[in-house]
Design a protein around this ligand. Structure first.
Ligand code: NDP
Length: 337
């Protein structure tokens, strides 16, 4: 059983020295347990937060413990009445080949799912996040303007496409010309702006000529700075993530702009609301899964994966995720089915 543990806590950007690849013996399932062999591992931005020894909505990963993460796994041995050898499950197996489970938190994916890895992306946590954050907090109305960054990642791409299905104008923000082209040509966004451009804020303003009604916040930092003056009266801001700050070790320097923010919220009666997807919306997963599977089947939602082979490449891929090196939902293929 190969596994990657947290060797030390990063200061700022994680480095390969913060992780250690180990080989340990394969666990043995006891009565009531299953042995799971991971086929796909999901890499997600929240994992950076788990590397810090800080109070948050979830416990940090302890030093020398396996890095956490969702997996799509197959049952290799079963002493559990609900699982047969060969069954596919969604599990929280972590960065390793094998784990045992007593069934708690597992989700059946059937004996032969057509796209097993989708359970980590468009049909799973990121897709669900986009759906609930946009529709429940953003509450877009036809004709309104939505802005979303990380526009080609699994959350942002889904937010923008659902926005188009609801009749909105959608302006994406992404890193680089290739991602921006993808957002417009494949995902159907009205425009997508490169946040690395020197005149990013001017371009954003030019494309949001009627202001912004829904800003789906994925990144924070300079993207939020450019968005703030464009928000319309009554705008909604689902606060989903702040990836531009995940490696920060202190608050950004510069003048204190908190009163600008609060003053804008007041004068424009803006709703800004954070959410943690499964904590706040877990009970609504079936509603999402039902609607999303129809959209996918009808070709109304496009989904792009970025698959990297091999546990040994996981660390580098994760470091790259925080810098925008992924293009689509980042998934590690750990083992052949
Ligand atoms: P992505 O696959 O989109 O990966 C992150 C992307 O963020 C990168 O590819 C990069 O895209 C962009 N990015 C990184 N640094 C910066 C920066 N400094 N400025 C602007 N963009 C940057 O991730 P996900 O779709 O999985 O997640 C998107 C967001 O949603 C994250 O903030 C995540 O934490 C959050 N999230 C929150 C959940 C919740 O329950 N609240 C649940 C799931 C996700 P590019 O190259 O285009 O800049």
């Amino acid at each position: 059983n190969r596994r990657i543990v947290l060797a030390s806590r990063p200061q700022g950007e994680p480095t390969i020295e913060n992780f250690r690849l180990e080989t340990v013996s394969k666990p043995t399932p006891q009565a009531g347990e299953v042995l799971l062999r991971a086929v796909y591992l999901s890499l997600d931005p929240y994992m950076r937060g788990r590397m810090n020894d800080a109070k948050s909505y979830a416990e940090p990963v302890a030093i020398d413990e396996v890095m956490v993460g969702a997996t799509v796994s197959q049952v290799e041995a079963s002493q559990h009445p609900d699982y047969q050898v060969g069954d596919w499950v969604l599990a929280f197996g972590g960065w390793q080949d094998y784990c045992v489970s007593n069934g708690e938190g597992l989700m059946h994916l059937g004996a032969n799912p057509s796209m097993p890895s989708y359970a980590l992306g468009i049909m799973g946590m990121p897709g669900f996040t986009a759906y609930m954050g946009l529709l429940d907090i953003g509450a877009p109305k036809a004709g309104e303007t939505i802005v979303v960054a990380a526009a080609t990642g699994p959350v942002g791409a889904t937010v923008g496409q659902i926005g188009k299905l609801k009749g909105c104008k959608v302006v994406g923000v992404a890193g680089g010309a290739e991602k921006c082209r993808h957002a417009v040509e494949v995902l159907g966004f009205d425009a997508c702006i490169d946040h690395k451009a020197a005149d990013f804020a001017e371009q954003l303003a030019a494309h949001c000529d009627k202001g912004i009604d829904v800003y789906f916040e994925n990144v924070g930092g300079k993207v939020f700075d450019a968005v703030l003056p464009l928000l319309n009266t009554g705008a909604r801001v689902p606060v989903c993530g702040m990836i531009s700050q995940y490696n920060a070790t202190s608050l950004p320097a510069g003048p204190d702009r908190l009163s600008l923010l609060i003053g804008t919220l007041l004068v424009k009666r803006i709703k800004m609301q954070g959410f943690i997807i499964f904590d706040d919306y877990g009970h609504r997963y079936p509603e999402f899964a039902n609607e999303m599977s129809k959209w996918l089947a009808n070709g109304e939602i496009q989904y792009r994966e970025h698959v990297v082979d091999g546990l040994e490449n996981t660390t580098q891929a994760f470091i790259g995720l925080l810098k925008g090196e992924n293009f689509g939902k980042l998934v590690i293929k750990l083992n052949e089915p």
